[in-house]
Design a binder for this molecule. Structure first.
Ligand SMILES: *Cc1c(COP(=O)(O)O)cnc(C)c1O
Length: 383
């Protein structure tokens, strides 16, 4: 039975016969001379890297499924960014199909679409950064993929489950819904993974780059129904995971290390919450947005440039001012308590500077007033 999911796949992708790498063809033997590899490592006594890695690292996928507590089909890719690119290439015809985003959000959805001349439609978030569900459902008719991000980067908020379900119900027969859960470890109970079974057009993207602290390893995941995955796997490059990364990832997904990650995440959340409260002491900050992530988004009052203030003190943050909905906003990643104390100290010294300037101005004004008064008194006396 074909479903609307099959109809979203471009003909060119449907016709693809996946690249037949030596590892995929497999075989049985003692002497392996089929992949033009060097038969033995050049450096004896060191870990060897001369053989191509597994075609799709099954052990990693299994370990990640166990971590998620799901049996949704799972595949490891080189970061969530590759997952985004892969999904667009699998389900959108270049120079013809469209995707939908809800701005402000992660920039890679539109970037990957642009690279393929795929148009990006927008259903902007509401002022409180919640989805405009009716608008998304309406526009989903025009697109193959709807990209949602929860918790969202850079707004930091989670999509309420009721909203997500409304979107999923409304998009049946129309488009796939991709939920990017790069920050899910900071609010794990809000994950959409358990909905994949009920909604086969839902795809979840994950990464080890954030809470797991493995950005350099380049590992992300796609979780989806078999119907979605059969097409994605056609386009997955032959050897997606370097074996050095695979080893680190497998270890990171052990019960022991997952427990360490969870503990570190809880600590980070505590640092974040204290930092958010500390920010509210400054007059020049208009609003500190609530966060379900490892960053804080704040809105400064206009006339201030906190991004530059912090840069001058050697603290690099993300200026979000270029985005209309994020005028005067700065995004600050949560680091160590010491780093957050540095941010607060830098802002405190800016506050002192401002107060000093204000006092100087008042003093000058006072002097001016006095001068005028004395002069006019003198003038009067002369008459
Ligand atoms: C950081 C981030 C990514 C990229 O993750 P990688 O696995 O490092 O490629 C994807 N989506 C969002 C929302 C992110 O913030």
């Amino acid at each position: 039975m074909t479903s609307f999911i099959d109809n979203l796949v471009p003909q060119a992708v449907k016709k693809l016969i996946p690249y037949q790498s030596a590892r995929r063809i497999g075989g049985d033997g003692r002497v392996w001379l089929n992949a033009n590899e060097l038969e033995s490592s050049l450096f004896e006594g060191e870990p060897s890297h001369n053989r191509y890695p597994d075609f799709l690292p099954q052990d990693i996928a299994k370990a990640y499924q166990a971590y998620c507590g799901t049996d949704a089909e799972t595949v490891a890719v080189r970061g969530a960014d590759e997952a985004i690119d892969l999904l667009i290439r699998t389900f959108c015809k270049p120079a013809s199909d469209n995707i939908l985003i809800c701005s402000p959000t992660y920039a890679m959805y539109e970037f990957c679409a642009d690279a393929l001349a795929i148009e990006t439609l927008d259903s902007p978030l509401q002022e409180d950064f919640n989805l405009n569900v009716a608008d998304i459902v309406q526009k989903s008719e025009l697109v193959n993929l709807v990209f949602l991000c929860s918790p969202n980067n850079p707004t930091g908020n989670v999509i309420p489950k009721a909203d997500l379900i409304e979107v999923l119900e409304g998009t049946v027969g129309r488009s796939l819904v991709v939920v990017d859960e790069a920050y899910i470890e900071f609010e794990p109970h809000t994950s959409a993974v358990s909905l994949i079974e009920r909604y086969p057009h839902l795809v979840v993207i994950r990464t080890l780059s954030k809470a797991f602290g493995l950005a350099a390893v380049r590992c992300g995941f796609i979780l989806a129904s078999p119907n979605v995955m059969q097409y994605v796997s056609k386009l997955i490059p032959p050897y997606p995971m370097p074996d050095c990364s695979s080893q680190i990832v497998l270890e990171a997904l052990s019960d022991e290390r997952v427990a360490v990650m969870k503990e570190a995440t809880a600590k980070l959340v505590e640092i974040r919450n204290q930092f958010a409260v500390a920010l509210t002491q400054f007059d020049f900050i208009e609003y500190v947005y609530p966060s379900s992530t490892n960053f804080i988004l704040l809105r400064q009052k206009s006339g201030h440039e906190l991004f530059s203030v912090l840069t001058k003190d050697g603290i690099v943050t993300r200026n979000q001012n270029h985005e209309l909905a994020l005028r005067n906003c700065v995004r600050i990643t949560i680091g160590s308590p010491e780093s957050m104390a540095e941010v607060i100290a830098s802002l405190a010294s800016y506050q002192t500077e401002l107060q000093q300037t204000q006092q100087d101005q008042q003093k000058r004004q006072h002097q001016q007033d006095q001068y005028i008064e004395t002069q006019s008194q003198l003038d009067k006396d002369h008459i």
